[in-house]
Design a protein around this ligand. Structure first.
Ligand code: FAD
Length: 329
Protein backbone atom coordinates (compact mmCIF):
# COMPACT_ATOMS: atom_id res chain seq x y z
CA UNK A 1 0.00 0.00 0.00
CA UNK A 2 1.34 3.42 -0.90
CA UNK A 3 2.21 5.29 2.25
CA UNK A 4 2.78 2.16 4.34
CA UNK A 5 6.09 2.38 6.16
CA UNK A 6 6.82 -1.14 7.35
CA UNK A 7 8.96 -1.70 10.40
CA UNK A 8 10.38 -5.16 10.83
CA UNK A 9 10.02 -6.10 14.49
CA UNK A 10 13.14 -6.95 16.47
CA UNK A 11 12.08 -8.88 19.57
CA UNK A 12 13.74 -10.37 22.62
CA UNK A 13 12.67 -13.90 21.59
CA UNK A 14 10.21 -13.91 24.48
CA UNK A 15 7.46 -12.13 22.56
CA UNK A 16 8.43 -8.56 23.41
CA UNK A 17 9.61 -5.97 20.90
CA UNK A 18 12.97 -4.46 21.79
CA UNK A 19 13.32 -0.81 22.74
CA UNK A 20 14.95 0.01 19.39
CA UNK A 21 11.49 -0.51 17.86
CA UNK A 22 10.32 2.69 19.57
CA UNK A 23 12.97 4.49 17.52
CA UNK A 24 12.24 2.71 14.23
CA UNK A 25 8.46 3.11 14.58
CA UNK A 26 8.83 6.70 15.78
CA UNK A 27 10.88 7.66 12.72
CA UNK A 28 8.64 5.69 10.35
CA UNK A 29 5.58 7.46 11.77
CA UNK A 30 7.12 10.92 11.37
CA UNK A 31 8.19 10.24 7.77
CA UNK A 32 4.97 8.49 6.77
CA UNK A 33 2.93 11.44 8.02
CA UNK A 34 4.71 13.63 5.46
CA UNK A 35 3.47 11.49 2.56
CA UNK A 36 0.02 10.85 3.98
CA UNK A 37 0.91 7.35 5.11
CA UNK A 38 1.33 5.43 8.33
CA UNK A 39 3.81 3.30 10.27
CA UNK A 40 3.06 -0.41 10.26
CA UNK A 41 4.83 -3.28 12.04
CA UNK A 42 5.68 -6.59 10.44
CA UNK A 43 6.36 -9.26 13.01
CA UNK A 44 7.81 -12.66 12.15
CA UNK A 45 7.87 -14.66 15.36
CA UNK A 46 7.26 -18.07 16.89
CA UNK A 47 5.21 -16.45 19.64
CA UNK A 48 3.71 -13.01 19.78
CA UNK A 49 2.30 -11.77 23.06
CA UNK A 50 -0.64 -9.44 23.72
CA UNK A 51 1.72 -7.19 25.63
CA UNK A 52 4.06 -7.09 22.64
CA UNK A 53 1.26 -6.21 20.22
CA UNK A 54 0.05 -3.47 22.55
CA UNK A 55 3.56 -2.13 22.87
CA UNK A 56 3.91 -1.86 19.08
CA UNK A 57 0.59 -0.01 18.85
CA UNK A 58 1.61 2.37 21.61
CA UNK A 59 4.83 3.10 19.74
CA UNK A 60 2.80 4.13 16.72
CA UNK A 61 2.11 1.03 14.59
CA UNK A 62 -1.33 1.58 13.07
CA UNK A 63 -1.41 -1.90 11.63
CA UNK A 64 0.52 -5.05 12.56
CA UNK A 65 1.14 -7.77 10.01
CA UNK A 66 1.71 -10.83 12.15
CA UNK A 67 3.29 -14.00 10.80
CA UNK A 68 3.47 -16.50 13.64
CA UNK A 69 5.16 -19.83 13.07
CA UNK A 70 7.60 -22.06 14.94
CA UNK A 71 9.87 -21.95 11.87
CA UNK A 72 10.72 -18.30 12.55
CA UNK A 73 12.74 -19.10 15.68
CA UNK A 74 15.59 -19.21 15.94
CA UNK A 75 16.16 -16.69 13.15
CA UNK A 76 17.30 -18.09 9.84
CA UNK A 77 17.82 -15.81 6.88
CA UNK A 78 16.81 -18.46 4.36
CA UNK A 79 13.40 -18.80 6.05
CA UNK A 80 12.72 -15.13 6.80
CA UNK A 81 13.83 -13.70 3.44
CA UNK A 82 11.37 -15.43 1.08
CA UNK A 83 8.51 -14.86 3.53
CA UNK A 84 9.27 -11.16 3.78
CA UNK A 85 9.78 -10.88 0.03
CA UNK A 86 6.38 -12.51 -0.56
CA UNK A 87 4.69 -10.09 1.84
CA UNK A 88 6.36 -7.08 0.21
CA UNK A 89 5.43 -8.27 -3.28
CA UNK A 90 1.83 -8.84 -2.19
CA UNK A 91 1.33 -5.52 -0.44
CA UNK A 92 3.83 -3.12 -2.05
CA UNK A 93 4.68 -1.00 0.99
CA UNK A 94 6.36 2.30 0.28
CA UNK A 95 9.22 1.65 2.71
CA UNK A 96 10.61 -1.21 4.76
CA UNK A 97 12.72 -0.32 7.79
CA UNK A 98 14.80 -2.50 10.07
CA UNK A 99 17.19 -1.75 12.91
CA UNK A 100 20.94 -2.19 12.78
CA UNK A 101 20.97 -5.39 14.80
CA UNK A 102 22.72 -8.63 13.96
CA UNK A 103 19.73 -10.36 12.39
CA UNK A 104 18.03 -7.35 10.83
CA UNK A 105 21.11 -6.05 9.09
CA UNK A 106 21.40 -9.50 7.52
CA UNK A 107 17.78 -10.09 6.59
CA UNK A 108 17.33 -6.57 5.20
CA UNK A 109 20.35 -7.01 2.91
CA UNK A 110 19.00 -10.37 1.78
CA UNK A 111 15.58 -8.85 1.18
CA UNK A 112 17.06 -6.04 -0.91
CA UNK A 113 18.93 -8.56 -3.04
CA UNK A 114 15.82 -10.74 -3.42
CA UNK A 115 13.64 -7.79 -4.46
CA UNK A 116 16.30 -6.00 -6.53
CA UNK A 117 15.59 -2.97 -4.32
CA UNK A 118 17.91 -0.27 -3.04
CA UNK A 119 18.90 -0.24 0.62
CA UNK A 120 20.49 2.39 2.83
CA UNK A 121 22.35 0.37 5.44
CA UNK A 122 23.22 1.88 8.81
CA UNK A 123 21.20 5.06 8.20
CA UNK A 124 21.90 7.90 10.61
CA UNK A 125 19.29 10.36 9.34
CA UNK A 126 16.21 10.09 7.14
CA UNK A 127 14.11 12.81 5.56
CA UNK A 128 11.38 13.18 2.98
CA UNK A 129 12.46 15.63 0.27
CA UNK A 130 10.14 16.38 -2.66
CA UNK A 131 8.07 13.35 -1.75
CA UNK A 132 11.10 11.04 -1.78
CA UNK A 133 13.06 9.44 1.01
CA UNK A 134 16.63 10.64 1.44
CA UNK A 135 19.01 8.83 3.82
CA UNK A 136 22.31 9.88 5.34
CA UNK A 137 24.72 7.03 5.96
CA UNK A 138 28.42 6.63 6.76
CA UNK A 139 30.99 5.61 4.17
CA UNK A 140 34.75 4.96 4.39
CA UNK A 141 34.49 3.64 7.95
CA UNK A 142 32.54 6.69 9.04
CA UNK A 143 35.06 9.25 7.71
CA UNK A 144 32.40 10.69 5.39
CA UNK A 145 28.63 10.80 5.36
CA UNK A 146 26.83 10.26 2.08
CA UNK A 147 23.27 11.16 1.14
CA UNK A 148 21.41 8.58 -0.87
CA UNK A 149 17.98 8.28 -2.40
CA UNK A 150 16.02 5.57 -4.16
CA UNK A 151 14.99 5.31 -7.80
CA UNK A 152 11.99 3.14 -6.97
CA UNK A 153 9.98 1.81 -4.06
CA UNK A 154 10.14 0.03 -1.72
CA UNK A 155 12.65 2.19 0.10
CA UNK A 156 14.66 -0.21 2.26
CA UNK A 157 16.73 1.09 5.15
CA UNK A 158 18.28 -0.06 8.38
CA UNK A 159 18.38 2.50 11.19
CA UNK A 160 21.22 2.82 13.67
CA UNK A 161 20.06 2.38 17.29
CA UNK A 162 20.18 5.34 19.70
CA UNK A 163 20.20 7.88 16.86
CA UNK A 164 16.52 8.38 16.01
CA UNK A 165 14.07 9.97 18.44
CA UNK A 166 11.88 7.26 19.98
CA UNK A 167 8.11 7.49 19.56
CA UNK A 168 6.24 9.11 22.44
CA UNK A 169 4.23 6.13 23.70
CA UNK A 170 0.48 6.61 23.24
CA UNK A 171 -1.15 4.76 26.12
CA UNK A 172 -4.23 2.86 25.03
CA UNK A 173 -3.47 3.10 21.28
CA UNK A 174 -4.70 0.11 19.31
CA UNK A 175 -3.48 -1.35 16.03
CA UNK A 176 -5.24 -3.41 13.46
CA UNK A 177 -3.63 -6.86 13.80
CA UNK A 178 -3.72 -8.95 10.63
CA UNK A 179 -2.49 -12.52 10.54
CA UNK A 180 -0.50 -13.03 7.36
CA UNK A 181 -0.83 -16.23 5.38
CA UNK A 182 2.72 -17.00 4.32
CA UNK A 183 4.38 -19.78 2.38
CA UNK A 184 7.24 -21.27 4.28
CA UNK A 185 10.16 -22.48 2.19
CA UNK A 186 10.91 -26.20 2.23
CA UNK A 187 13.70 -27.18 4.61
CA UNK A 188 16.99 -26.72 2.83
CA UNK A 189 19.10 -27.55 5.84
CA UNK A 190 18.69 -29.07 9.26
CA UNK A 191 18.93 -26.98 12.39
CA UNK A 192 21.50 -27.16 15.10
CA UNK A 193 19.18 -27.48 18.10
CA UNK A 194 21.53 -26.53 20.86
CA UNK A 195 21.43 -22.91 21.80
CA UNK A 196 23.25 -21.18 24.60
CA UNK A 197 22.46 -17.74 25.88
CA UNK A 198 25.00 -16.29 28.22
CA UNK A 199 23.40 -13.82 30.54
CA UNK A 200 25.76 -11.03 31.53
CA UNK A 201 23.17 -9.15 33.58
CA UNK A 202 24.23 -6.05 31.63
CA UNK A 203 22.35 -4.22 28.86
CA UNK A 204 22.67 -5.31 25.24
CA UNK A 205 25.64 -3.63 23.56
CA UNK A 206 23.91 -2.08 20.55
CA UNK A 207 21.02 -0.69 22.61
CA UNK A 208 22.86 0.45 25.73
CA UNK A 209 22.84 4.15 26.61
CA UNK A 210 26.26 3.82 28.23
CA UNK A 211 29.07 1.61 26.96
CA UNK A 212 32.29 0.84 28.78
CA UNK A 213 34.83 -0.58 26.39
CA UNK A 214 38.21 -2.23 26.93
CA UNK A 215 41.21 -2.76 24.67
CA UNK A 216 44.67 -4.28 24.70
CA UNK A 217 45.54 -2.00 27.60
CA UNK A 218 43.47 -4.32 29.84
CA UNK A 219 46.39 -6.78 29.52
CA UNK A 220 44.30 -9.92 29.98
CA UNK A 221 40.77 -11.35 30.08
CA UNK A 222 40.73 -11.49 33.89
CA UNK A 223 40.93 -7.69 34.07
CA UNK A 224 37.59 -7.14 32.32
CA UNK A 225 36.00 -7.65 35.77
CA UNK A 226 37.19 -4.11 36.54
CA UNK A 227 35.08 -2.79 33.66
CA UNK A 228 32.14 -5.08 34.44
CA UNK A 229 32.09 -3.84 38.01
CA UNK A 230 32.04 -0.21 36.83
CA UNK A 231 29.42 -1.08 34.20
CA UNK A 232 27.09 -2.56 36.85
CA UNK A 233 27.19 0.67 38.84
CA UNK A 234 26.25 2.89 35.89
CA UNK A 235 24.02 0.44 33.99
CA UNK A 236 26.39 0.13 31.06
CA UNK A 237 27.16 -2.59 28.52
CA UNK A 238 30.75 -3.77 28.15
CA UNK A 239 32.37 -3.78 24.71
CA UNK A 240 35.88 -4.43 23.43
CA UNK A 241 38.35 -3.55 20.72
CA UNK A 242 39.34 -6.09 18.13
CA UNK A 243 42.74 -6.50 19.76
CA UNK A 244 40.99 -7.73 22.92
CA UNK A 245 38.67 -9.97 20.89
CA UNK A 246 41.45 -11.40 18.70
CA UNK A 247 43.41 -12.21 21.86
CA UNK A 248 40.42 -14.30 22.98
CA UNK A 249 39.65 -12.07 25.97
CA UNK A 250 36.04 -11.35 24.86
CA UNK A 251 33.70 -13.11 22.41
CA UNK A 252 33.32 -11.48 19.01
CA UNK A 253 29.76 -10.28 19.73
CA UNK A 254 31.28 -7.67 22.03
CA UNK A 255 33.62 -6.22 19.40
CA UNK A 256 33.02 -2.61 18.46
CA UNK A 257 34.19 -1.34 15.11
CA UNK A 258 34.26 -1.83 11.39
CA UNK A 259 34.22 -5.62 11.63
CA UNK A 260 32.18 -5.67 14.83
CA UNK A 261 29.16 -3.83 16.24
CA UNK A 262 28.18 -0.24 15.54
CA UNK A 263 27.08 1.62 18.63
CA UNK A 264 25.78 5.11 19.32
CA UNK A 265 25.37 5.37 23.08
CA UNK A 266 24.88 8.58 25.03
CA UNK A 267 28.21 7.93 26.75
CA UNK A 268 31.17 5.85 25.58
CA UNK A 269 34.04 5.20 28.00
CA UNK A 270 37.10 3.66 26.33
CA UNK A 271 39.80 2.11 28.55
CA UNK A 272 43.20 1.20 27.09
CA UNK A 273 42.03 1.63 23.51
CA UNK A 274 44.32 3.50 21.12
CA UNK A 275 41.59 4.71 18.74
CA UNK A 276 42.41 2.98 15.44
CA UNK A 277 40.19 4.13 12.57
CA UNK A 278 38.53 0.70 12.41
CA UNK A 279 37.49 1.00 16.07
CA UNK A 280 36.27 4.58 15.61
CA UNK A 281 34.07 3.37 12.73
CA UNK A 282 31.92 1.59 15.30
CA UNK A 283 31.61 4.26 17.99
CA UNK A 284 32.39 7.73 16.64
CA UNK A 285 28.71 8.74 16.66
CA UNK A 286 28.50 8.26 20.44
CA UNK A 287 27.10 11.46 21.96
CA UNK A 288 29.88 11.88 24.54
CA UNK A 289 33.20 10.09 24.24
CA UNK A 290 35.54 9.72 27.20
CA UNK A 291 38.93 8.07 26.72
CA UNK A 292 41.23 6.73 29.40
CA UNK A 293 44.72 6.02 28.15
CA UNK A 294 48.17 6.31 29.66
CA UNK A 295 49.61 7.63 26.37
CA UNK A 296 48.76 11.33 25.88
CA UNK A 297 49.41 10.92 22.14
CA UNK A 298 46.83 8.11 21.70
CA UNK A 299 44.69 8.97 18.62
CA UNK A 300 41.45 8.37 20.53
CA UNK A 301 42.00 11.69 22.35
CA UNK A 302 41.49 13.49 19.01
CA UNK A 303 37.81 12.54 18.91
CA UNK A 304 37.22 12.35 22.68
CA UNK A 305 35.09 14.98 24.43
CA UNK A 306 36.85 14.13 27.69
CA UNK A 307 40.23 12.48 28.16
CA UNK A 308 41.98 11.09 31.19
CA UNK A 309 45.69 10.46 30.77
CA UNK A 310 46.40 7.78 33.31
CA UNK A 311 46.62 4.13 34.19
CA UNK A 312 43.25 2.50 33.68
CA UNK A 313 43.87 0.16 36.61
CA UNK A 314 43.83 3.21 38.87
CA UNK A 315 41.26 5.31 36.99
CA UNK A 316 38.50 2.69 36.57
CA UNK A 317 38.09 1.89 40.30
CA UNK A 318 38.23 5.62 41.10
CA UNK A 319 35.52 6.38 38.58
CA UNK A 320 33.42 3.54 39.96
CA UNK A 321 33.74 4.95 43.48
CA UNK A 322 32.80 8.46 42.35
CA UNK A 323 29.85 7.28 40.23
CA UNK A 324 28.58 5.26 43.21
CA UNK A 325 28.72 8.33 45.42
CA UNK A 326 26.88 10.42 42.82
CA UNK A 327 24.20 7.81 42.23
CA UNK A 328 23.60 7.25 45.93
CA UNK A 329 22.79 10.93 46.48
C1 FAD B 1 40.29 -4.79 8.15
C2 FAD B 1 40.43 -4.44 9.60
C3 FAD B 1 39.28 -4.40 10.38
C4 FAD B 1 39.39 -4.07 11.74
N1 FAD B 1 38.24 -4.01 12.49
C5 FAD B 1 38.34 -3.61 13.79
C6 FAD B 1 37.16 -3.46 14.60
O1 FAD B 1 36.04 -3.77 14.18
N2 FAD B 1 37.32 -3.01 15.86
C7 FAD B 1 38.54 -2.69 16.40
O2 FAD B 1 38.60 -2.29 17.57
N3 FAD B 1 39.66 -2.83 15.67
C8 FAD B 1 39.59 -3.29 14.37
N4 FAD B 1 40.73 -3.46 13.67
C9 FAD B 1 42.04 -3.38 14.39
C10 FAD B 1 42.54 -1.98 14.61
O3 FAD B 1 43.30 -1.56 13.50
C11 FAD B 1 43.43 -1.93 15.86
O4 FAD B 1 44.48 -2.86 15.72
C12 FAD B 1 42.70 -2.24 17.17
O5 FAD B 1 41.54 -1.45 17.26
C13 FAD B 1 43.63 -1.93 18.35
O6 FAD B 1 42.98 -2.27 19.53
P1 FAD B 1 43.41 -1.56 20.90
O7 FAD B 1 43.16 -0.11 20.77
O8 FAD B 1 42.75 -2.31 21.99
O9 FAD B 1 44.96 -1.91 20.99
P2 FAD B 1 46.24 -0.97 20.83
O10 FAD B 1 46.20 -0.24 19.55
O11 FAD B 1 47.40 -1.85 21.09
O12 FAD B 1 46.08 0.10 21.98
C14 FAD B 1 46.19 -0.22 23.34
C15 FAD B 1 46.16 1.11 24.09
O13 FAD B 1 46.14 0.87 25.47
C16 FAD B 1 46.90 1.86 26.11
N5 FAD B 1 47.30 1.31 27.41
C17 FAD B 1 48.12 0.28 27.67
N6 FAD B 1 48.17 0.05 29.01
C18 FAD B 1 47.37 0.96 29.60
C19 FAD B 1 47.00 1.24 30.94
N7 FAD B 1 47.47 0.50 31.96
N8 FAD B 1 46.16 2.26 31.18
C20 FAD B 1 45.66 3.02 30.18
N9 FAD B 1 45.96 2.79 28.87
C21 FAD B 1 46.80 1.77 28.59
C22 FAD B 1 48.06 2.10 25.16
O14 FAD B 1 48.63 3.39 25.39
C23 FAD B 1 47.38 1.99 23.81
O15 FAD B 1 46.95 3.26 23.32
C24 FAD B 1 40.65 -3.79 12.31
C25 FAD B 1 41.80 -3.83 11.50
C26 FAD B 1 41.68 -4.15 10.18
C27 FAD B 1 42.92 -4.16 9.33
Amino acid sequence: MAGAFWCLVEDDRQGNPKKVMAEVLGEAGRLAAQVGGQAEAVWLTDKATEAGLTQLAEWGAKRIVLAENAAFAPYRGEVWTPVLAELVQKESPQAVFGAVTTRQREVMARLAARLGAGISADSMALAVEDGKLVATRPVYAGKLLSKVSWVKTPWLATLRPNVFRPADPQAGAAANVEKAAVTLPGAAMSLVERREESATGLPELAEAEIVVSGGRGLKGPENFVILESLAKVIGAAVGASRAAVDAGWRPHRFQIGQTGRTISPKLYLGFGISGAIQHLAGMRTSKVICAINKDPEAPIFKIADYGIVGDLFEVAPLLEKEFKKLLEK
